[in-house]
Design a protein around this ligand. Structure first.
Ligand code: S3P
Length: 172
């Protein structure tokens, strides 16, 4: 049973590996609202994986689809929306989120992020000769932008998804 009714869509932002999808799904279940994931919506519309879209059509094409999907998800019924790590980087997307929702930044440490992404090969941006350096650079470049989110949640790497969900409810 939800403790309170959500009045605005909550958009989870943050780096790859910060837990946006897992925490988003859990928060939505806890609040009894729909859960939507922008990467999944893009993949479904294209019938391709994110990696395939990047390699066939390029990142700029992906970013255009991302903005369209974000606008559709955020202007729909109140829900929890998880985004790809780059979605909060443009002023246009931040404006779309701020107009109808509230951004919740999942702020995990670089160590935590690297531990979570290092064994996966699904993220095109990390298909570089030195993925750890790539992640580190993205982390430092993006942090000041994520800091524009309305709410920041410091991620405890030892907390369960359920525990982190309860902490998130406390800051909403
Ligand atoms: C990206 C993060 C990915 C996905 C795409 C680009 C990014 O989502 O949108 O590979 O720019 O950080 P996750 O944050 O869910 O990995």
């Amino acid at each position: 049973t939800p403790d309170f009714a959500l009045t605005k869509t909550v958009v989870l932002v943050g780096m790859m590996g910060s837990g946006k999808t897992a925490i988003g799904r859990s928060l939505a279940a806890r609040l009894d609202v729909p859960f939507q994931d922008s990467d999944t919506a893009i993949e479904e519309a294209a019938a391709l994986t994110i990696a395939e879209i990047f390699s066939r059509d390029g990142e700029p094409f992906f970013r255009r689809r991302e903005t369209e999907v974000l606008r559709r998800l955020v202007t729909g019924p109140v829900s929890i929306v998880s985004t790809g790590g780059g979605a909060f980087m443009t002023a246009e997307n931040r404006g779309i989120i701020a107009a109808d929702g509230i951004a919740l930044w999942l702020d995990a440490t670089l160590e935590t992020l690297w531990e979570r992404v290092r064994h996966k090969d699904t993220r095109p941006l990390l298909r570089t000769p030195d993925p750890k350096k790539t992640l580190t650079d993205l982390y430092h470049d993006r942090r000041p932008v994520y800091a524009k989110a309305g709410i920041r949640l410091a991620i405890d790497p030892d907390a369960s998804i359920e525990q982190t969900t309860e902490t998130a409810l406390g800051v909403l």
